[in-house]
Design a protein around this ligand. Structure first.
Ligand SMILES: CC(=O)N[C@H]1[C@@H](OP(=O)(O)OP(=O)(O)OC[C@H]2O[C@@H](n3ccc(=O)[nH]c3=O)[C@H](O)[C@@H]2O)O[C@H](CO)[C@@H](O)[C@@H]1O
Ligand SMILES: C=C(OP(=O)(O)O)C(=O)O
Length: 425
């Protein structure tokens, strides 16, 4: 079993570069299915979610070349191969194969997705959208079967603001006949990125990034070249790390506007955040003040940064409350942080943290992607050595994390240890 071992306490200094956005990448790659000629996407992160999607596109007959973050996908010989099991379970975003394959082939069979366990993650709004467009949708033995004689534009009001449903409906609607209107759409930057790719492929989409998206269906889509946006969640993770363990860190390849909710919270805590054009500089932080945080849909504070942020709050003076309004069970990092001496208590959808508490190295488990990122930050500030198990979750979303952190002075390495050292409780 592979683990990360971190010796805490090194002052981190220098420049750390953010990769392309995971949550864009995992939608841009399936979007290529809709084209009738090759699509090139530059700047993709080298993470397991991207490798898994590459393999899935190859399984359905796509020809994929992926080198140095640049992927060219030739979709011309793809077929509507059913994908009820296997790789689709390894990531959440395999649900985008439903929208893209339904859009192109008018039928698809895709297993229910995997991804982080954060409480219930239904896909009823995706299905409501596909049905409104004219698809018959059934759930058979854990796989979703979709079939339409013809897709027709429709007005779809999302009952919950959902990133996945908004993008999936866009994917299914761009080749449908007539006009689709998505109301109460999600507004995340990744949605704009996907709409930009689809538009450059020939789609007619207006309003991406607002809560009403209008799509006029077109007859066909062609290949294009696209550069992905930077990962605002990776950038945010590095900003939190800089506030917790930095001695002057520049975060490179970031759009400061995308991380404004975090910047505001860091400033409220007493952290200096200098915004530059495509960089953010965070000097060494001194005394940190406790703050309360509530996660919200974009442009609110992202749920994906709540877990890393909880580590910073263990170092702040006073009591803080984090409430996660998006996911009911996204606090698995707290038990692990308690092993490291943190003072945190989960109550329903909130966690109460008190500090400052010096953290101590321990053997801990990354239950999910951002819990893993939280534990990496905790390990960097803890006294002694921290071993993080189940790093497979971390590698779903952070590209070259070891190399990047070593580049700013962290003592972190990946090691293979015996299975009997695994934490089970
Ligand atoms: C691959 C990807 O982009 N993942 C992101 C995406 O996940 P994902 O697209 O799965 O998240 P959604 O925005 O869909 O979920 C938001 C909320 O809506 C609920 N919901 C969603 C769909 C649905 O059909 N029914 C329903 O009830 C979910 O349970 C959750 O409470 O957005 C989340 C919220 O910003 C992020 O944490 C994830 O990193
Ligand atoms: C929850 C996340 O990812 P996914 O939706 O892919 O599980 C995340 O990126 O924090």
């Amino acid at each position: 079993m592979d683990v990360y071992k971190i010796k805490g306490g090194n002052p981190l200094q220098g420049t750390i570069k953010v990769s392309g956005a995971k949550n864009s990448a995992v939608a841009l790659i399936p979007a290529s299915i809709l084209a009738d000629s090759p699509v090139t996407i530059d700047g993709l992160p080298e993470i397991s979610d991207v490798f898994t999607l590459q393999a899935l596109l190859e399984d359905i007959g796509g020809k994929v070349d992926f080198q140095n973050g640049n992927m060219t996908i030739d979709p011309t010989e793809m077929i509507a191969m059913p994908l009820p099991n296997g790789k689709v379970k390894k990531l959440r975003a395999s649900y985008y194969l439903m929208g893209a394959m339904l859009g192109r082939f008018k039928h698809a069979a895709i297993g229910l997705p995997g991804g982080c366990h954060l409480g219930p993650r239904p896909i009823d709004q995706h299905i409501k959208g596909f049905e409104a467009l004219g698809a018959k949708v059934t759930n058979e033995h854990g796989a979703i079967y979709l079939r339409a004689d013809e897709l027709r534009g429709a007005k779809i009001y999302l009952d919950v603001v959902s990133v996945g449903a908004t993008i999936n409906i866009m994917l299914a609607a761009v080749l449908a006949k007539g006009r689709t209107i998505i109301e109460n759409a999600a507004k995340e930057p990744e949605i704009i990125d996907v709409a930009t790719l689809l538009t450059n492929m020939g789609a007619n989409i207006k309003g991406a990034g607002t809560n009403v998206i209008r799509i006029e269906g077109v007859e066909k889509l062609h290949g294009t070249k696209h550069t992905i946006i930077p990962d605002r969640i990776e950038a945010g993770t590095f900003m939190i790390m800089a506030a917790a363990a930095g001695d002057g860190i520049t975060i490179d390849n970031v759009i400061p506007f995308h991380v404004e909710a975090l910047t505001a919270k860091l400033r409220e805590m007493g952290v200096t955040v200098e915004e530059r054009e495509e960089q953010i500089f965070i000097p060494k932080a001194n005394k940190l003040q406790a703050v309360d945080v509530k996660t919200l849909v974009y442009p609110g504070f992202p749920t994906d940064l709540q877990q890393p942020f909880s580590v910073l709050l263990t170092q702040a003076e006073g009591s803080s409350v984090i409430s996660d309004t998006i996911y009911s069970a996204r606090f698995k990092q707290i038990d692990e942080l308690r092993r490291m001496n943190a003072d945190g208590k989960v109550e329903g959808q909130s966690v109460l943290l008190s500090g400052p508490t010096p953290l101590e190295g321990a053997t801990v488990r990354a239950s999910d992607l951002r819990a893993g990122a939280a534990l990496v930050i905790a390990g960097l500030i803890a006294k002694g050595e921290t071993e993080i198990q189940e790093i497979v979750h971390i590698e779903r979303g952070y590209s070259s994390i070891i190399e990047k952190l070593r580049g700013i002075g962290a003592d972190i390495r990946k090691e293979t240890v015996a299975e009997n050292a695994v934490i089970t409780e």
